[in-house]
Ligand binder design. Structure first.
Ligand code: FPP
Length: 222
């Protein structure tokens, strides 16, 4: 969800105003997604590298997340949205972790849309954790090292439950993966839009899907 900072700068506003406007874009997109046929929507809200940002911005982002979950969870639940999290999110502040656990529990039975928030998420960290889980299974005699294949790795990723993404969208013209779903994106269609995240809406999301529909997918075949 890139471009919050630039959106604010263009308006001579503090960065937090850009992040706040980013939360409004999250609301619009989450509302539009099920109607566009999206079943799983993963938002990269806070990366394991975002801790390098100034402390006040980190604290603003955690505050926004807390506010979003508190104020939206009932509506999300009413709208059939299941809220889930990937990344090392259990290492966040204990009150926030408790809030996220409650939101997960409340919405666990919903299936209109699964909204996955990547929180304290990094692809390298996720793969390292999966490697540790594999090593622990081998050490405990539950798994043969020689039988470790791609599906054994995938089963130990945070995303084990969901299919690989069809589309990875990056806003604000950035052409990087930035440690997002590294394993899972192997055959994802990459779409880059110049739109800054706070300007993103249902129409912009529909254009991304229209672009996706023009792609010929071969998954390594021909
Ligand atoms: C990147 O823009 C955006 C982030 C690091 C944070 C995204 C977070 C939110 C939209 C709010 C919290 C999330 C939820 C789901 C409530 P940037 O700051 O790098 O912008 P720039 O590239 O223009 O500098």
């Amino acid at each position: 969800m890139d471009g919050n900072g630039r959106w604010a700068k263009q308006r001579r506003l503090p960065r937090i105003a850009g992040h706040r406007a980013g939360v409004e874009a999250v609301r619009r997109v989450v509302e539009a997604a099920p109607g566009l046929g999206i079943e799983v929507l993963t938002l990269y809200a806070f990366s394991s590298e975002n801790w390098k940002r100034p402390a006040d911005e980190v604290s603003d982002l955690m505050g926004l997340l807390r506010h979003y979950v508190r104020s939206e969870v009932k509506d999300l639940h009413r709208n059939g949205v299941r809220l889930e999290f990937i990344g090392n999110w259990r290492a966040l502040q204990p009150d926030l972790v408790a809030l996220l656990e409650d939101a997960r529990a409340l919405t666990a039975g919903n299936d209109r849309l699964t909204l996955v928030m990547a929180l304290n998420y990094g692809g390298h960290d996720e793969l390292a954790r999966a490697a540790r889980a594999l090593a622990a299974d081998v050490a405990a005699g539950r798994l043969e090292a020689s039988s470790i294949d791609a599906s054994a790795v995938a089963a130990r990723l945070d995303t084990a439950e969901w299919p690989a993404p069809d589309v990875v969208l990056r806003t604000s013209g950035e052409m990087r993966l930035s440690n997002f779903l590294l394993w899972q994106s192997a055959y994802a269609e990459f779409v880059v839009t110049e739109t800054l995240w706070p300007d993103f809406d249902a129409a912009a999301l529909a254009s991304v899907l229209a672009e996706f529909a023009t792609r010929e997918r071969r998954f390594g075949g021909r």
